[in-house]
Design a protein around this ligand. Structure first.
Ligand SMILES: Nc1ncnc2c1ncn2[C@@H]1O[C@H](COP(=O)(O)OP(=O)(O)OP(=O)(O)O)[C@@H](O)[C@H]1O
Length: 278
């Protein structure tokens, strides 16, 4: 046996630590989750970011929904992409009102390309991505998580340091106990404070006669929030102008300032501010 000096082998698992370092400088880190896809989680995350920025908060948003990344379209970010600095750090894209945006879609040569990462690779890719973003500092980081409570969500959640809390987005017909309780259990298991529920697609108000219809079914938001010991933060109505804004490539709450849903989102931002900043 040679007498060469041997250095003990130490595995380095510093990816998570790198992520923590990069995300350390946000005052409030808010997760937006839903028990089920298609309830408007991405729309709410994006508009909430803008509503907070309107209220003079510095905001960043992370599109962690790798397979269904759509924040750039909802924020009207077309023809833009992420660049890296000389040290290889990913620079966030500056969105409307100075909101910093990080999204997988903004790394692809074309937003139409599918992301074909699977299972563990997704989790690893998210960590890798998060460890390289030069976020800087700010008041709020809004994290739009993928739907459900799978692997990717667990990885992201565990790598974000001192999460302020989670908002659960749901819709009247999906406000079943099972779906809300899944999201609540997930938050509880990961020691994440539950900030409350947002009932999206809650009702439709006729712009001509003002009549309110509960198109997707009876609202049970208050009742469920009470049952699970949390609060109903907002009821966001169905507003056809939302999809008009997306088609026009402009952010809804900036283009339709007086829209019913825009007002509801601003009051959601007020509610969030009063909960986390008080
Ligand atoms: N209140 C609303 N009124 C009208 N349209 C809405 C409303 N909320 C969301 N939408 C529209 O519904 C569609 C789905 O919304 P979104 O992509 O935000 O859902 P999601 O929950 O993030 O979906 P997934 O989890 O599958 O990514 C979008 O076209 C969005 O513009």
């Amino acid at each position: 046996m040679s007498n060469d000096k041997k250095i003990p082998f130490k595995p380095t698992f510093n990816l998570t630590q790198d992520v923590e370092k990069k995300l350390r400088n946000f005052k409030y880190k808010i997760l937006v989750l839903s028990g089920k896809g298609g309830v408007g989680k991405t729309f709410i995350s994006s508009m909430l970011s803008l509503a907070l920025a309107e209220k003079a908060r510095t905001v960043a948003i992370l599109d962690a929904d790798i397979h269904g990344s759509s924040i750039p379209s909802i924020l009207g970010l077309h023809g833009t992409r992420h660049y890296a600095d000389e040290e290889g750090n990913i620079l966030p894209v500056e969105g409307p009102l100075g909101v910093k945006v990080v999204a997988v879609n903004l790394m692809l040569d074309s937003p139409d390309l599918p992301v074909v990462w699977r299972g563990p690779l997704v989790s690893r890719a998210i960590l890798d991505l998060l460890s390289k973003v030069k976020w800087g500092s700010g008041d709020y980081l809004i994290v739009d998580l993928p739907p459900g409570t799978g692997d990717a969500i667990i990885t992201i959640t565990q790598s974000i340091p001192s999460i302020t809390g989670a908002i659960i987005v749901t819709a009247p017909n999906m406000l079943s106990e099972t779906i809300v309780s899944k999201a609540i259990n997930f938050a509880a298991k990961n020691n994440i404070r539950l900030l409350g529920i947002v009932e999206n697609l809650s009702y439709y108000k006729c712009p001509h006669c003002g009549r309110i219809s509960q198109v997707l079914g009876k609202s049970t938001g208050e009742q469920l929030a009470g049952k699970f010991g949390t609060r109903l933060l907002a009821k966001i109505p169905i507003d056809p102008s939302i999809n008009d804004a997306i088609d026009q490539g402009v952010p809804y709450i900036l283009a339709y300032k007086d829209g019913e849903a825009a007002k509801a989102i601003r009051s959601l931002a007020d509610e969030l501010i009063s909960i986390v900043e008080s």
